[in-house]
Design a protein around this ligand. Structure first.
Ligand code: MG
Length: 206
């Protein structure tokens, strides 16, 4: 299943066969080189919470999906085929480019309603011109190891993937040097919504 520009699908985080987060997105591009998916400000999405409605950061205890509205930044997810990260290009409400965010995550798997993966905690944040950058949530990755959610070896692989992306940033390599910061969404696109079957996890995605 290959998606077409304008299709509304869901980008889902799945942990142990259970939905952790669900973000409706509009397909910008889906080809063997690149998957590009757009999540605009104002989109309704599902985030995890503890059953008592308090915040939860990792799937180390019981959670439920809770309704929320995506705020603060519109995000274009750029996913290179097979890569264990997504590059986010981000804009504010007035379409000012905010910079890049590298989300380290499992390579995406295709589902009947979009793409599935699980976040791997560690992130990289850069300035709009790529001249400065910083790690984010390093301690959360350590905490995941302590909780037994990932092995120390898996955590090392996440850090190595981060180092590889850092090289791309330093060299302004693809997708950073491809001009995506000037991209604009089709003004006729409505906010993405949840497709039929968004809450069913395929066995292949467990
Ligand atoms: Mg992350």
């Amino acid at each position: 299943m290959v998606w077409s520009p304008g299709d509304q699908i869901v980008l889902r985080e799945v942990w142990d066969g259970k939905l952790w987060a669900v973000r409706p997105v509009t397909v910008v591009r889906d080809d063997p080189e690149l998957i590009a998916l757009y999540l605009p400000i104002g989109t309704a999405w599902k985030r995890p919470k503890k059953p008592d409605d308090s915040m939860i950061r990792m799937p180390s205890e019981e959670w439920v999906l809770s309704d929320d509205i995506w705020r603060g930044k519109s995000v274009l997810h750029l996913i290179t085929s097979g890569a264990a990260h997504a590059v986010w290009a981000m804009w504010n409400q007035t379409r000012e480019f905010l910079g890049w965010y590298v989300n380290l995550q499992e390579p995406v798997r295709r589902s009947r309603v979009g793409f599935d993966y699980m976040d791997q905690m560690l992130d990289l944040v850069t300035s709009p011109d790529l001249t400065s950058w910083r790690w984010k949530d390093e301690e959360e990755l350590d905490e995941e190891v302590q909780c037994g959610l990932v092995t120390p070896e898996q955590a090392d692989e996440v850090r190595r993937e981060g180092d590889r992306v850092l090289e791309l940033i330093r060299n302004k390599a693809s997708p950073f040097g491809d001009g995506w910061e000037h991209w604009r969404p089709d003004p006729t696109w409505p906010l993405p919504g949840f497709p039929e079957g968004w809450d069913r996890v395929d066995l292949s995605s467990r």
